[in-house]
Design a protein around this ligand. Structure first.
Ligand code: CUA
Length: 342
C-alpha cells in the first residue's frame, strides 16, 4: 500500500508539472481561421492526455526501478507470480476506450470543418513546380496572390500540374495535398485579417522550400475593390493611383508572388532556369545553335511562350500559362525588373 500511495503522489505531481508546462508553451502560430479553433482544441486535448500517459508509464517504471531494485544482501530469486488478469483487462479496456473516444472526437471535428457554409466562395488552387495560382470562377479572375474577404468560407479546389504538392497555411491549421489528375477539396474560413503565406508541405523538388504565395485576408469592402481593380472596372475615389507605380518594385513583387524567383536567381547563380542577373542585353545561344540578343521582345516571348526559344543548357520545364496569369502590363513590369538587374 505504501508503494501504491507513493506512485500516485509521483504521478499526480509529475502530471501537474508537465501539464502546466505543455499548456503555457505556445506550440503553434496564431489562430487565423474558424477551423483552426477546433483543430487546436483537439490538439490540446491530445497533448494533455499524452502528457499524463507519459508520466503514468515513466513514473511507474522509474519508481519500480528504484523501489524494487535488488538489495545488496538479497541473494534470493524473487517472488514468482504469473500475470494479473484484472490488471491486464484494465490496461486493455481503458486504452481501447480512450482511443475510440478520440476517434469519435476526431470524426466530429472533421465533420465540423468539412461542412459547407451557404455563402462559401469557390477558389481553384493550382500548384506546380514551384508556384501557386488562384482562380476565382465566380469573378473570372486569376491571381498569383490569394486575396480573400475575412469571415467568408472558401471552398478550395486543389489541383496540380505536375507532382504532388501540399497546400498549407500554418495559421489556418488545415492542409491538403494537391494530386496531379485529381481534384481535392478543403474548406477554410479566414477569421483574421492580415498577411499570411501559403506553403508547400510536400517535398516536390529543388525549389520546394521557395514554393510560397502571399495571402491577404481583408475586409469585404477591400476585397470588392481588389476584384474591381483586377477586372479593370474600378471607379473608386483614388482613381489616379496608376501614376504612382514603380515598375521595378512592382516587377519584383510580381516575380516573387508568381514564383519566378524559385527558378531564376537574381545573383548570377544558375538554378532551374537562367539567372536574371545581367540577362538583359546578353547574347545567348539557343538549343538549335542560333544566337539571340536578350531584349524586351525575347523576354516577353519567353514569359508567354517559354518553349519557343530555350537557352542552351536548360530544359523546357517552365509553366506555359504565365500569359494567362499576368496581364501584358504586369509582364512589362517584370521585364523592367529584369532590366534593372545588371
Ligand atoms: Cu510543391 Cu513542395
Amino acid at each position: 500500500m505504501k508503494h501504491a500511495r507513493n506512485v500516485i503522489i509521483l504521478i499526480v505531481v509529475g502530471s501537474a508539472v508537465l501539464l502546466f508546462g505543455v499548456n503555457v508553451m505556445d506550440l503553434a502560430p496564431i489562430v487565423a481561421s474558424a477551423e483552426a479553433q477546433q483543430v487546436d482544441w483537439l490538439f490540446g486535448l491530445h497533448m494533455n492526455v499524452i502528457a499524463f500517459l507519459y508520466v503514468l508509464v515513466n513514473g511507474i517504471m522509474l519508481y519500480s526501478v528504484f523501489a524494487f531494485r535488488r538489495k545488496p544482501d538479497d541473494d534470493s530469486e524473487g517472488a514468482y507470480f504469473h500475470g494479473n488478469t484484472k490488471l491486464e483487462i484494465a490496461w486493455t479496456i481503458i486504452p481501447l476506450i480512450t482511443v475510440l473516444f478520440f476517434a469519435f472526437l476526431g470524426s466530429v471535428v472533421l465533420r465540423n470543418v468539412s461542412l459547407a457554409a451557404p455563402n462559401s466562395m469557390d477558389v481553384t488552387v493550382t500548384g506546380r513546380q514551384w508556384s501557386w495560382t488562384f482562380e476565382y470562377p465566380e469573378y473570372g479572375i486569376v491571381s498569383t496572390e490569394l486575396n480573400l474577404p475575412v469571415g467568408r468560407q472558401v471552398n478550395f479546389k486543389l489541383q496540380s500540374e505536375d507532382v504532388i504538392h501540399s497546400f498549407w497555411v500554418p495559421e489556418w491549421r488545415l492542409k491538403h495535398d494537391t494530386v496531379p489528375g485529381q481534384d481535392k477539396y478543403i474548406r477554410l474560413t479566414p477569421s483574421e485579417e492580415g498577411v499570411f503565406k501559403v506553403r508547400c508541405a510536400e517535398m516536390c523538388g529543388t525549389s520546394h522550400a521557395y514554393m510560397l504565395a502571399t495571402i491577404n485576408v481583408m475586409s469585404q469592402e477591400d476585397f470588392d475593390i481588389w476584384v474591381q481593380k483586377k477586372l479593370g472596372v474600378y471607379e473608386g475615389p483614388e482613381g489616379g493611383e496608376e501614376g504612382e507605380v514603380d515598375p521595378v518594385a512592382e516587377g519584383f513583387a510580381l516575380s516573387q508572388s508568381g514564383g519566378c524567383l524559385a527558378c531564376h536567381s537574381v545573383d548570377g547563380s544558375p538554378l532551374v532556369g537562367p539567372t536574371w542577373k545581367g540577362l538583359y542585353g546578353k547574347t545567348e545561344t539557343l538549343t538549335d545553335g542560333s544566337t539571340v540578343v536578350v531584349d524586351e521582345a525575347y523576354l516577353y516571348e519567353s514569359i508567354v511562350d517559354p518553349s519557343a526559344s530555350i537557352i542552351q543548357g536548360y530544359a523546357d520545364v517552365m509553366p506555359k500559362n504565365f500569359g494567362d496569369i499576368f496581364s501584358d502590363q504586369e509582364i512589362g513590369y517584370i521585364i523592367e525588373y529584369i532590366k534593372s538587374l545588371q
